[in-house]
Design a protein around this ligand. Sequence first.
Ligand code: NAD
Length: 341
Amino acid sequence: MIKVAVNGYGTIGKRVADAVSAQPDMEIIGVSKTRPSAEAFIAQKRGYPLYITDIAKKKAFEEIDILIAGSVEEMIQKADIVVDATPGGVGINNKVLYEKYSKKAIWEGGEGHKVAEFSFNASCNYTEAIGRQYARVVSCNTTGLCRIINLIDSVIGVKKVRATMIRRGSDPGDVKRGPIDAIVLNPVTIPSHHGSDVQSILPHINIVTSAMIVPTTLMHMHFLNMELKNFATKEQVIELIKTHSRLGLIEKSSGITSTSQLKEYTSDILRPRGDLWENGIFEDSISILDGTDLYLFQAIHQEADVVVETIDCIRAMMGDVKSAVESIAITNKAVGLTTIH
Ligand code: NAD
């Protein structure tokens, strides 16, 4: 069993911990928090040993009946691999700790490519991660872009991508962020950083991206245009999308035309936390103009899509499973990712 520690038990960390626990070849040996909170209670309820950054705060946890297994440094020593899911910009500071104990580590998309000098997406570059010491799972938006661009590029060929990200203002549980009444150009300059982030995995892709933030918490929405190298039909693209287990096709007959209806659907089919691990591609939006100009809308659940990628990244870095197809199948089955179309 691969012994996994999750450093930072928040939005992404708690999902990664549950996904790790569901895998047949992995176990959680600890998760970490900085201070007592509802999430600390959840960790205890799930049976995850809880470690803390500042051991001087142990008493504050124990006063509210949360048992502490030790310090984060002690947790790191017990792990084969650490998933660092601390807030963006914090994770890079933990690298010294992983180096000190020669532990493999994965960071999430809030850190730059530099932190690991290798960025990961299971369907694009799984084999390049095999045996690595460090990796970064790219952000939710970049994950969603890489999945669809790589598939279309490898079968039909992509000459140029233009994409606009309409991003959620905050996660549902985050009361401190906004906007609550604005469309914020973020960044106001074009291109946004998302295109170069895609190139950290697919360096040959010609891509220009822009992004804005809107007052919603459920998901991001992407408007995507790909100029194709070869002629294709809408039907071909739909059949291709159906071959990729992490590209979910939202069929016209479902009547779903919004992120809120989609979130309701993933809750109704009893996905944990209503999580959509796949890109939610709206079938009716797929259009090909002049034979080579592909357009589509896709919803990206920011809290979920990187979670399954993180699991595959763990497996690749530990080196026992050599193929992306095999790892993705194990991960999907364990978490319950079955087709939404
Ligand atoms: P979060 O704020 O929800 O959770 C972070 C957790 O880390 C919190 O529980 C916090 O208490 C804890 N923490 C803070 N400092 C710590 C430290 N020094 N040591 C240990 N724990 C510490 O953050 P998140 O949204 O889960 O983001 C985690 C990472 O995932 C970031 O890199 C982020 O950019 C990336 N990411 C987030 C989303 C998203 O939509 N939330 C999507 C994709 C990727």
